[in-house]
Design a protein around this ligand. Structure first.
Ligand SMILES: Cc1ncc(COP(=O)(O)O)c(C=O)c1O
Length: 392
């Protein structure tokens, strides 16, 4: 019987322990496993290759994305590296332009040096994607909603273009989670997650994942993962598995609060443009409505303030924490230009649209009324500074 997502988030890959009846999947804190006799196949041999707690997490993630195969990594960046290791010198990657700064950095500063060519396009422009795909293109790299501009790419249309050109489509599904968006059903070949974010959801673990349906692709990814050893430990796998059990409930509440906060920000005099795919006038709203079941809980906005005022604003927030990362129960905000996207050259940032006044919010699970009141007092503190008469 095919269970629904909420049920799978609790049960998939995690049966009650047959030897003890333990309801919580055990943390097998071991690096190696006894083998009965030389040459005889065993369920597990060495923890870098495969590990029961990690496998439970991998099976659960695969199930949530509607796939057969999952691979858990030590971080989202390790998962990104796992995909790039499929490439050879001379291969090309077409990537969305607006993407996580760390992905940009590994593309341009590491893999470009190894002879892999990267072309960055606005993936919301299907004609630009079509023109960029050439016979040497092996991967089409998408991030939607994108980090930090919340651009929405039509996954099905892009994946169809990539398939026709002989390229695989990778979708970084970190912002949406499998609760809101199922890229494999839309034609993607590889789903990528920084499980550090919503999937774990409590800002206490680093992790990454790749999920695929194709057995041969899985075998290639698994070979490289084992060869390099970018795997998470059993405690981290356990914590992520625990986080997943409430993922559908958390994401539902995150989205509901984000709707309220986004509407509030639109009415604030000190905020310029609010980027939130749930607004009907967001350029990607129609595509988001078609391919997502809700609009996520990341909001970006331009603060209509001087640099000094912006610093004062960030310091006067009490509930919102200035921090890297997103997707946890605590609301966080970040300044992409100096934080998540500091590794992107300033002219590139500007051309992509990441201004120095851009603030990215990760709406947590506090009462949204408290989150809004915190903004109100911070905006009031800017207004009060403005009304202070200049000393003569
Ligand atoms: C969309 C996205 N993908 C990948 C990553 C990298 O993940 P990690 O920090 O777990 O290595 C991040 C990190 O912020 C991210 O936001």
């Amino acid at each position: 019987m095919a269970y629904r997502l909420r049920t799978r988030s609790i049960h998939a890959g995690q049966p009650n322990d047959p030897s003890t009846g333990a309801v919580a999947f055990p943390i097998y804190q071991t690096s190696t496993f006894a083998i009965e006799e030389p040459g005889k196949p065993a369920a597990f041999g060495y923890a870098r290759t495969d590990h029961p707690t990690r496998r439970a997490l991998e099976d659960c993630l695969a199930s949530l994305e509607g796939a057969e195969h999952g691979l858990a990594y030590a971080s989202g960046m390790a998962a990104i590296n796992g995909v790039l290791a499929l490439l050879r010198s001379g291969d090309r990657v077409v990537s969305t332009r607006d993407l996580y700064g760390g992905a940009w950095r590994i593309f341009t500063r590491l893999y470009a040096k190894l002879g892999i060519e990267f072309e960055f396009v606005d993936s919301t422009d299907l004609e630009a994607v079509r023109l960029a795909l050439r016979p040497e293109t092996k991967l089409l790299w998408l991030e939607t909603p994108s980090n930090p501009l919340l651009k929405i790419t039509d996954i099905a249309a892009c994946a169809a273009l990539a398939r026709a050109a002989g390229a695989l489509t990778v979708v970084d599904n970190t912002f949406a989670t499998p609760c809101l968006q199922q890229p494999l059903d839309l034609g993607a070949d590889i789903v990528l997650h920084s499980t550090t974010k919503y999937i774990n959801g409590h800002s206490d673990v680093l992790g990454g994942a790749l999920i695929v349906r194709d057995r041969a692709l899985y075998t290639d990814l698994k070979f490289f993962q084992n060869a390099v050893g970018a795997v998470p430990g059993p405690q981290d796998c356990f914590l992520i598995l625990r986080g997943i059990k409430t993922l559908p409930l958390r994401v539902r509440e995150h989205c509901a609060s984000a709707r309220v906060v986004a509407r509030y920000l639109e009415t604030s005099g000190l905020v310029g443009k609010v980027l939130y795919p749930g607004f009907p006038d967001h350029p990607g709203h129609a595509v988001a409505e078609a391919q997502m079941s809700d609009f996520g809980a990341i909001i970006s906005f331009e603060l209509d303030a001087s640099w000094e005022e912006a610093i004062a604003f960030t310091k006067s927030l009490r509930l919102w924490t200035l921090a890297e990362s997103l997707g946890g129960v605590k609301s966080l905000f970040c300044h992409p230009a100096t934080m998540t996207h500091a590794s992107v050259e300033p002219d590139v940032r500007k051309s992509v649209g990441i201004s120095d006044g851009l603030i990215r919010l990760s709406v947590g699970l506090e009462d949204p009324a408290d989150l809004i009141e915190d903004f109100e007092q911070a905006f009031e503190s800017i207004a009060a500074r403005r009304s202070v008469p200049c000393a003569v």
